[in-house]
Design a binder for this molecule. Sequence first.
Ligand SMILES: Nc1ncnc2c1ncn2[C@@H]1O[C@H](COP(=O)(O)OP(=O)(O)OP(=O)(O)O)[C@@H](O)[C@H]1O
Ligand SMILES: O=P(O)(O)OC[C@@]1(O)O[C@H](CO)[C@@H](O)[C@@H]1O
Length: 303
Amino acid sequence: MIYTVTMNPSIDYIVEVEDFQTGILNRAKRTEVYPGGKGINVSRVLNRLSVPSTAFGFIGGFTGQYIETILQEEGVQTDFVVTEGLTRINIKLKSDEETEINGQGMEICEKDIDSFFQKIGQLQRGDVLVLAGSAPRNWSEDLYKKVGELADERGVNLVVDVSGPPLAQLLSYKPFFMKPNHHELGELFQREITNMEEAITCGKQVIEKGVEHLVVSMAEQGALYFNKDGVWKATVPKGKVKNSVGAGDSLVAGFIGTFVKTNDVLEAFRFGVASGSATAFSKDLCSRDSIEALLPKVQIGKL
Ligand SMILES: Nc1ncnc2c1ncn2[C@@H]1O[C@H](COP(=O)(O)OP(=O)(O)OP(=O)(O)O)[C@@H](O)[C@H]1O
Ligand SMILES: O=P(O)(O)OC[C@@]1(O)O[C@H](CO)[C@@H](O)[C@@H]1O
């Protein structure tokens, strides 16, 4: 079974404004609301691929309730810890450029943290645990360590899509799959990555540290897949970008969803990249049809 963890979910409030300007009243041309947060996006895309998953994490208030209602209506199984705070609202402003303002999120009390770990403690050998996105304000580094330790002890396949110090910390638990973008990969090595060659050098070092499968995404420039047998590059389809929010999460869902069905890593890589691009070219997250339409446009070659 696949479990996703969104420790800091959000409602994504999409606001489209023509010619946005600061310091004046702007009127929106279009507004939309979606359940958000990286793990939740992974669960929503998996569901579109007919791969079941359970969404874990913390929700609170009317915004949290909205997320749970929509996920359940879509058929995503949920097992959130309900807290006393209010789930954040993240603003995704679309004008000539995309601008995002993400809230800080709630603080989580000890009792709710314990309830969360009780759920993680019940996972079984071979389950997949996708840990994605930022953490609650008062989440200490020790708690990431605890997730890593529990996954390790229980033989759970850990999938990591986090950034900053937690990425380095979780690396020591030898995740089954990691998907940094090239900026996040650079952060891990305290350097800037500007091209494929630099990404390849750093990606190989991540595999040497014991990660089983690594995808480094570089938006429209392409993506790299690494395992102990080598490095592969995927071309990314060309198209008009409507929404890059959730493109990385869609890649994770497409990869994991295909891998659990087929056990074929290169097919999983191809499907993952097509899923990321299908989301980039859609208003919301990708659909199965939009992914399948792009599959022939993703070429994979061994480097
Ligand atoms: N401009 C684009 N054109 C085509 N595909 C894209 C574009 N941007 C993103 N993608 C697709 O989405 C995947 C993930 O994108 P990206 O490298 O931006 O990840 P990310 O930074 O984790 O994304 P996110 O915006 O969700 O945080 C890419 O591998 C690609 O398949
Ligand atoms: O603040 P975080 O947790 O880093 O990211 C949250 C977020 O930007 O990530 C998703 C897209 O990947 C959105 O649905 C959501 O608003």
